[in-house]
Design a protein around this ligand. Structure first.
Ligand SMILES: *[C@@H]1O[C@H](CO)[C@@H](O)[C@H](O)[C@H]1NC(C)=O
Ligand SMILES: *[C@@H]1O[C@H](CO)[C@@H](O)[C@H](O)[C@H]1NC(C)=O
Ligand SMILES: *[C@@H]1O[C@H](CO)[C@@H](O)[C@H](O)[C@H]1NC(C)=O
Ligand SMILES: *[C@@H]1O[C@H](CO)[C@@H](O)[C@H](O)[C@H]1NC(C)=O
Length: 206
């Protein structure tokens, strides 16, 4: 009896966890699409695919949070006139939050773009058909982190040299280096917990 209940519960539980994961992660589809597009673009120049860098991803997330407050205009994002990018006064704090400092980020590049509703085809061309394309086909870049908020998407490229590795020399792992923030984790866990409760509740009704 107990085992039939369990064999019924397990597939339901697994599929609900998969569903929850999908719901929680669907914001990230944009970022994955862009990464795939960028890597295809690189492949067309016979360049190696960029690998994901967690600290660059953290910085890209923090920066998109800052850019979010700015409206899209013809002078923001990919259309920014070089040298006039907004400088955030709290940039050193954003770096510190991601366990980074100027010593290991200096050779990287930050490329923000604002595309209303982040339409995938426009997102990709804003990187591959703008002044950013020179960075995307540059052999010196090997890693990438992508963050997005509202209409903004930020790509951070890293190198494999110490000055652009985005890897702190003395690394003390702590929770904020995880790819998900603590808040995301809590909401994910509570969703799974709720769906588990719901499933157990519905088993009692059978
Ligand atoms: C931005 O748009 C405004 C009006 O829509 C125009 O006057 C200006 O020249 C544009 N700037 C650039 C850099 O395209
Ligand atoms: C970049 O995105 C803007 C929307 O913000 C769009 O109007 C423009 O055509 C895009 N540029 C390219 C080169 O894709
Ligand atoms: C990058 O692209 C430009 C033109 O799009 C091309 O001239 C250059 O050779 C490319 N660089 C590499 C490393 O493929
Ligand atoms: C950056 O952090 C490293 C340790 O990861 C440290 O050795 C270096 O002095 C720091 N540089 C600056 C400019 O703070």
């Amino acid at each position: 009896m107990a085992s039939t209940k369990f064999s019924l519960l397990l597939p339901l539980l697994l599929s609900s966890i998969l569903l929850m994961n999908h719901l929680v992660n669907c914001d990230e589809d944009e970022e994955d699409n862009l990464l795939q597009g960028i890597n295809k673009y690189r492949a067309s120049f016979n360049l190696k695919a960029l690998t994901k860098n967690d600290n660059a991803k953290c910085l890209a997330d923090e920066l998109s949070e800052q850019f979010k407050k700015q409206p899209c205009t013809n002078t923001t994002g990919a259309n920014t006139i070089p040298g006039t990018e907004p400088q955030f006064a709290n940039y050193p704090n954003l770096l510190a939050k991601c366990h980074l400092n100027v010593s290991n980020t200096r050779d990287g590049v930050v490329m923000p773009a604002c595309i209303p509703s982040l339409v995938p085809s426009l997102v990709l061309t804003n990187f591959t058909q703008s002044r950013y394309s020179d960075n995307l086909n540059d052999t010196k870049f090997t890693g990438v982190g992508i963050g997005s908020e509202d209409n903004w998407i930020v790509v951070v490229l890293t190198t494999n040299t110490p000055d652009g590795s985005f890897v702190p020399t003395t690394n003390t792992p702590d929770s904020s280096t995880l790819p998900y923030s603590a808040a995301d984790m809590v909401s994910k866990i509570s969703l799974i917990y709720l769906s588990l409760l719901f499933l157990i509740g519905s088993l009692f009704l059978l």
